[in-house]
Write a protein that binds this ligand. Structure first.
Ligand code: ADP
Length: 161
């Protein structure tokens, strides 16, 4: 079975992430989306909430599984029985960081490769950080995230205020 892992924060998942998830799921028998529990960042949504949201918005994709993980991506990828890490590339600004990560991962785990999916042009500007910023000022999020995610962001921001 050809299995890949798409690791990230997904705080929250955007149409850009969903584009990558959909396209990667067509290239592999199974795609596992790994939601990183990152203690150095203060996320808007907890890991469990992010997993719940991702499950909801990917429920129509039969070969996509959502899991949370801690620690090194390569260890999680091995535990999943996968050999490929999927990442998305939006712009040159992503490239330097992503290249460094991919090379570091190759040193640590030569049996695992990183595959990059180039973002759809319509999502090239989109990031979870921008979404959160627009949300905090009450801006319109319809073009950035699916309706379910929009509801969850509204609820979360309501809880915080
Ligand atoms: P991380 O904290 O690991 O950067 P993110 O959730 O921000 O996690 O992103 C996970 C992956 O998805 C990264 O490879 C990132 O480049 C990619 N990505 C994020 N936004 C988009 C987008 N709009 N289009 C394509 N890829 C994206």
């Amino acid at each position: 079975m050809r299995r890949a892992v798409y690791p990230g924060s997904f705080d929250p998942v955007t149409y850009g992430h969903l584009d990558i998830i959909t396209r990667a799921s067509e290239q592999f028998d199974e795609l596992i989306v790994g939601v990183l529990r990152n203690s150095s960042k203060t996320p808007l949504f907890s890991v469990n909430e992010r997993v719940k949201i991702l499950k909801e918005v990917t429920k129509k994709l039969g070969n996509v599984r959502i899991e949370s993980f801690e620690g090194l991506s390569v260890n999680f990828v091995r535990d999943c029985g996968a050999k490929v890490i999927v990442r998305g590339l939006r712009a040159i600004t992503d490239f330097e960081y992503e290249l460094q990560m991919a090379q570091t991962n190759r040193i640590m785990a030569p049996d695992i490769d990183t595959m990059f999916f180039v973002t759809g042009l319509e999502y090239a500007y989109l990031s979870s950080t921008t979404v959160k910023e627009v949300a905090s000022f009450g801006g319109d999020l319809e073009r950035f995230v699916p309706p379910y995610v929009l509801e969850e962001i509204r609820r979360k921001i309501g809880e915080k205020n």
